[in-house]
Design a protein around this ligand. Structure first.
Ligand SMILES: C[S@@+](CC[C@H](N)C(=O)[O-])C[C@H]1O[C@@H](n2cnc3c(N)ncnc32)[C@H](O)[C@@H]1O
Length: 247
């Protein structure tokens, strides 16, 4: 992973309602493992295989899902991206990076906007966050993530089946996680909700945006967001870290 002070924009576009069923095929998974061997070597790839095997053995479901097959709530049903399983290592490194910026970050609440089947929530709990909250508009994904939380013995969590654009984060929020979940219409509303009453927050709030397709929402709002840094992963994925500006 490299880091830069220059703001980077994701190479991927928001692919609303994209078909992601190919990501569940054996040939796709073999392709991912082969490219991992090329990039990171055999030892790191074996570690990854064992990690996902441990999820599999506990019955944790992280398979990708097309949005069109799911029951979605709210007025932005066609403005979201499909549930695509994220990489454990990428989320883990992103959390570690923010921990370097603020050692007390874990004393606050971790929120994943568009939380899918809950992998980032599981990882954040392992990092010791006081509480993790998933906001997800697809009913079936909420149900699977609740089952996944039980199977991973995650205690202090909340899964909210709602449109992210409607959500008011709690005063003890410290970490906002976004993995390219929706388009700019929803992102503008989410950014407004995050900063609507920002002086009420009891600690610093970091916004961590992986594959930041709507980066401009945060970059252009200089009154409310301070750009901290960009991270680039071996996979080509980009992550931008912002901090909510307060007086
Ligand atoms: C790329 S997935 C990210 C999943 C999860 N954050 C992760 O990293 O594993 C995007 C998720 O956002 C959800 N989503 C899209 N639009 C939404 C909205 N308006 N409100 C809540 N969730 C939404 C989708 O259902 C999907 O689960």
């Amino acid at each position: 992973m490299q880091e830069t002070k220059e703001i980077l924009t994701a190479y991927k576009e928001v692919r609303k309602n994209a078909d992601v069923s190919h990501a569940n095929t054996l040939s796709y998974k073999i392709g991912v493992l082969l490219s991992s061997v090329k990039r990171r070597g055999v030892a790191a790839t074996l570690k990854k295989i064992f990690l996902y095997l441990s999820f599999y053995l506990r019955g944790v479901d992280l398979s990708s899902e097309n949005l069109t097959d799911l029951t979605r709530v709210g007025e932005h049903k066609d403005r979201g991206t499909a549930y695509l399983q994220n990489s454990y290592e990428v989320i883990d490194s992103v959390i570690k990076e923010v921990e370097k910026l603020d050692k007390d970050i874990k004393k606050g609440v971790f929120i994943d906007y568009g939380s899918g089947k809950g992998l980032p929530l599981i990882i954040a709990q392992k990092h010791g966050f006081k509480k993790v909250i998933g906001v997800e508009f697809a009913k079936e994904l909420c149900e699977v993530s609740i089952e996944n939380m039980k199977k991973m013995n995650i205690k202090n969590y909340e899964i909210l089946n709602m449109d992210a654009a409607e959500y008011d984060p709690p005063i003890d929020t410290s970490f906002v996680f976004l993995f390219n979940p929706f388009d700019e219409v929803v992102m503008q509303k989410v950014a407004k909700k995050i900063t609507a009453d920002k002086e009420r927050y009891i600690r610093d709030v970091y916004v961590v945006y992986l594959n930041p397709t709507c980066n401009f929402v945060f970059v252009n709002d200089k009154e409310n967001f301070q750009f901290i840094k960009s991270l680039i992963f071996e996979t080509g994925e980009v992550c931008n870290i912002f901090k909510v500006k307060r007086s």
